[in-house]
Design a protein around this ligand. Structure first.
Ligand code: MG
Length: 388
């Protein structure tokens, strides 16, 4: 049973589908009624690195990107010379740091998160209905969970547990340390969520997530369904009571979400441009009281160069915002880094549309980047702000 369509008009609905059509491939994945399972070593299948790929996507060459020499020309500074970017005192890259493709063979890579205890990255391959695991100690790529309920954004809480946004599950889940899965949020005001996209966990344990409609627009990245939440909200789940409440309700399509290191600022991406050319393609910043779950302000922090959009982002310990860029001019595909004041420090240029990123590595200084079919990595002089 579905409720009436809640898009403002059919043009917007078609635009959401248009984005899905833009994705490579045509195979639909059906996951309705299937139960996600915890990681199982017995189901591990090497991909890309050591054997034939299990997807129809032709694997790209691993290792340093073509044409690279030190300093890596894929790292562009807004200041010259182009050896590193950032203000004096904050060089983002040393001269011997270069971008590598560390895994490939996905259809649409999204939602990376790093687990320091195991030294691996988990990330979603949404159309293939699986969560992948990249082990940084030996470069091994394997399947962590399949089906994944077409998972999208992943993050980690302060106890080291996986938090996952599911398209076809239309919910946010937590994978407990014993592997069982707990539903964190799947309804608001008695109606199903649309399709949770990305999440962040505050130091008090509250879980903040976004709920656009991308995961219910068709059968490629989820299960086609009508939106039940009229507004595409940003939500907060209370760490003690589990209550869910709306913290922001004026987004066209809320997407990536992160806090400043002191948790006084909340950054949220609006990818509403996918619904129409006059809609936003930007990042907004709010003043936030994490414990009270209150936000205020919400001015535009950074505008993206349309038709490109940013989808996901992370903050470093200096308060700089690192965000994905893709879907527009190929010359803009990659990553951007902004100061907390909104000044563009530099760009990482990649050969594929980029969706999301996270910091990892034993020093939280290695940036892992989900770029369409591949996972990229580059060491930086910055460190990720969020500690598990
Ligand atoms: Mg996203």
């Amino acid at each position: 049973m579905t409720t009436p369509l809640t898009f403002p008009d059919t043009a917007q609905r078609h635009s959401v589908n248009r984005r899905i059509v833009l994705l490579k491939g045509a195979a639909a994945v059906a996951a309705a009624g299937m139960t996600a399972q915890a990681a199982s070593a017995a189901s591990v299948t090497p991909l890309g690195q050591t054997g034939a790929p299990t997807t129809s996507t032709e694997p790209l060459p691993l290792g340093p990107l073509s044409g690279s020499r030190y300093p890596d020309s894929h790292l562009e500074s807004m200041k010259k010379p182009n050896v590193s970017f950032g203000p004096s005192g904050f060089p983002a890259f040393a001269g011997t740091m270069a971008v590598e493709r560390v895994a490939t063979g996905m259809r649409w890579a999204e939602g990376p998160v790093y687990f320091p205890a195991g030294r691996y990255v988990l990330f979603s391959d949404i159309p293939n209905n699986r969560i992948m695991r990249f082990s940084e100690d030996d470069g091994h790529l394997s399947v962590y969970r399949q089906p994944s309920m077409n998972s999208n954004g992943n993050t980690i809480d302060r106890e080291g547990r996986l938090i996952t946004c599911e398209h076809s599950g239309r919910r946010v889940t937590r994978t407990e340390l014993d592997g069982s899965i707990t539903i964190i949020a799947d309804k608001y005001n008695g109606k199903r969520l649309n399709s949770p996209n990305d999440a962040v966990v505050a130091s008090d344990g509250s879980i903040w997530f976004t709920d656009p409609v991308y995961g219910i627009g068709g059968y490629y990245e989820g299960i086609k369904a009508e939106a039940e939440q009229e507004k595409h909200n940003v939500y907060r789940v209370d760490p003690k009571s589990g209550d869910i409440k709306v913290v922001v309700d004026d987004f066209v399509e809320p997407n990536g979400i992160t806090f400043s290191p002191d948790e006084k600022k909340l950054y949220v991406i609006d990818t509403g441009f996918t619904d129409g050319p006059d809609n936003p393609s930007h990042i907004r910043v709010f003043d936030v009281d994490v414990g009270a779950g209150k936000v205020s302000g919400g001015k535009v922090f950074a505008e993206m160069p349309k038709p490109s959009i940013t989808d996901g982002m992370r903050c470093d310990t200096d308060g700089n915002i690192w965000c994905s860029v893709g879907w527009g001019d190929p010359k803009e595909d990659g990553v951007r880094c902004y100061t907390a004041a909104g000044d563009l420090l530099g760009k990482i240029h990649l050969p594929e549309t980029v969706a999301n990123l996270c910091f990892g590595g034993q020093q939280r200084n290695r940036l892992y980047i989900c770029g369409s079919t591949s996972l990229y990595a580059v060491y930086t002089s910055a460190q990720g702000a969020m500690k598990p």
